[in-house]
Design a protein around this ligand. Structure first.
Ligand SMILES: Nc1ncnc2c1ncn2[C@@H]1O[C@H](COP(=O)(O)OP(=O)(O)O)[C@@H](O)[C@H]1O
Ligand SMILES: [Mg+2]
Length: 235
């Protein structure tokens, strides 16, 4: 068995301790069958179960510039990439952030795909159209950005559309393909989204109280961005 392909799947919530080992191969195109071999059951016992997943039978959940995403089950999804360099960048980002709880866990990858944790919920830009911006959301957003900065992501930033809020209110950061691109010294994309939703003031107030150093670093950039966004929306 190829050592790279051995991995551990955690199924269920952390309280469930539902863990089994599995091993995935993919057949060459065009049929795209992903073979999931389960070699350890939920209590750790040895089993030898096999599951063939056909791409065309999976639920399509979204597509963007870099690829298409399909849901495998309640815990996992697969992203098929249009180009290998996108996969390499995103895999490197997910590995760099492997200990940060807001990044989906990586279960496996192949030449053009990554199987990762499925983040249930809706993107924050859509959520904030109807729901309140809370201190708990502010806390998780600033923690996300500051954790990425500590982990030396060059772009410690995200669009609101790449933050998913799950039914328990936990935030997930999906699509970190571009997190190593050069970036301004503050989370500009995040602030653009928050300004558009009218909640940038509340967010900055939370940051001022709880992350004063981040506040000092961001403050003048945010003020300038606000001016620019308000003058462009008037024009
Ligand atoms: N881990 C995930 N959990 C749940 N949905 C996801 C996940 N990753 C991606 N998606 C969905 O698939 C869409 C496209 O994925 P994304 O990673 O943004 O692709 P791209 O890099 O091509 O923009 C997302 O907007 C989101 O709706
Ligand atoms: Mg995307």
């Amino acid at each position: 068995m190829c050592p790279k392909k051995r991995f551990c799947l955690s199924i269920g919530s952390s309280q469930d301790h539902l863990v089994f080992r599995s091993h995935i191969h993919s057949d060459p195109a065009p049929s795209r069958v992903f073979r999931l071999t389960i070699s350890q059951d939920i209590s750790g016992g040895e089993i030898n179960a096999m599951l063939d997943i056909r791409l065309e039978q999976l639920e399509f959940i979204g597509a963007g510039k870099h690829g298409e995403v399909y849901k495998i089950d309640e815990k996992r999804c697969i992203k098929i990439y249009k180009a290998r360099h996108y996969l390499r960048k995103e895999l490197a980002a997910l590995q760099r952030g492997a200990d940060a709880r807001f990044f989906p866990k990586v279960y496996d990858w192949g030449g053009d795909y990554i199987i990762r944790e499925y983040a249930p919920g809706i993107p924050l830009n859509r959520y904030l159209r109807t729901e309140r911006f809370t201190k708990d959301i502010a806390r998780q957003l600033v923690e996300m950005v500051e954790t990425m900065r500590e982990l030396r992501f060059r772009r410690a930033d995200t669009r609101l559309s790449h933050v998913i809020i799950d039914p328990k209110g936990k935030l997930w950061l999906i699509d970190p393909v571009n997190t190593m691109k050069p970036s301004p010294p503050f989370p500009r994309k995040l602030f653009k989204g928050l300004i558009r939703r009218g909640v940038d003031g509340e967010f900055m107030e939370y940051v001022r109280q709880h992350y004063p150093q981040a506040y000092d670093r961001w403050e003048r950039h945010v003020s300038r961005l606000r001016e620019r966004v308000s003058s462009s929306s008037q024009g």
